[in-house]
Design a protein around this ligand. Structure first.
Ligand SMILES: CC(C)(COP(=O)(O)OP(=O)(O)OC[C@H]1O[C@@H](n2cnc3c(N)ncnc32)[C@H](O)[C@@H]1OP(=O)(O)O)[C@@H](O)C(=O)NCCC(=O)NCCS
Length: 177
């Protein structure tokens, strides 16, 4: 009998401070190949400023983190929360919004449905009827992935020194205005 091809055994759970070393290892694996071709200095800045223990501690205190594991290895991370609870400033945004701050799948585990699964779990957990996220201009793979999953581009934010950010939004539930 033919061997059944089964989906990878992936488990999803909440992330905690105990995962911070694994978050960092994931960042070292996924950030350079994702952003290096766009702007190598920006990729390094991301790792140095945002993928560090102190920032994860702050983020874990304010946002929800979901991790995906295969065979005990943390292979993907997503985080989300309200913009008003962020430790960053967004002077160009009026009002509040629910934002997915991170969705990162280890390069060796991409294309297996893990990103889609985490996104769908985030969509069921967020409050409100919209989910927003920023994608870096030039990250075409992620941009196309999000458009294929129902997001639309709303606006772009540039600060000249670094690549633009593109804000995408998905309307989650029928019955919203
Ligand atoms: C973008 C990313 C999160 C997608 O996660 P993934 O696990 O690789 O994607 P999946 O395997 O879940 O993709 C599932 C579906 O999306 C489709 N898809 C994936 N990438 C796509 C793309 N670039 N364009 C169109 N469709 C795409 C797949 O064909 C698949 O469709 P199917 O279910 O109908 O077969 C992942 O590739 C990643 O971590 N990239 C690097 C980091 C990054 O850029 N993160 C986003 C920061 S904003």
């Amino acid at each position: 009998m033919a061997e059944a091809t089964s989906a990878p055994a992936v488990t999803v759970r909440r992330g905690t401070v105990d995962d911070i070393p694994a978050f960092r290892a994931l960042g070292e694996a996924v950030v350079p190949p994702t952003y290096g071709p766009i702007d190598a200095a920006y990729a390094q800045r991301m790792l140095d400023e945002w993928w560090v223990a102190e920032v994860f501690e702050k983020s874990l205190a304010r946002n929800t983190h979901l991790v995906a594991e295969r065979d005990g290895q943390l292979v993907a991370l997503s985080s989300f929360g309200r913009l008003s609870r962020s430790y960053r400033d967004f002077p160009y945004v009026t009002g509040d919004r629910e934002v997915m701050w991170k969705l990162y799948v280890h390069p060796e585990h991409q294309g297996l449905g893990i990103g889609s699964r985490l996104l769908s779990e985030v969509e069921t957990l967020v409050e409100g009827d919209e989910l927003w996220l920023e994608v870096v201009d030039g990250n075409d793979h992620a941009y196309d992935f999000y458009l294929a999953h129902g997001f639309e581009e709303v606006h772009r934010v540039g600060d000249r020194a670094w690549p633009d950010d593109i804000w995408l939004r998905k309307r989650l539930r029928d019955g919203s205005r």
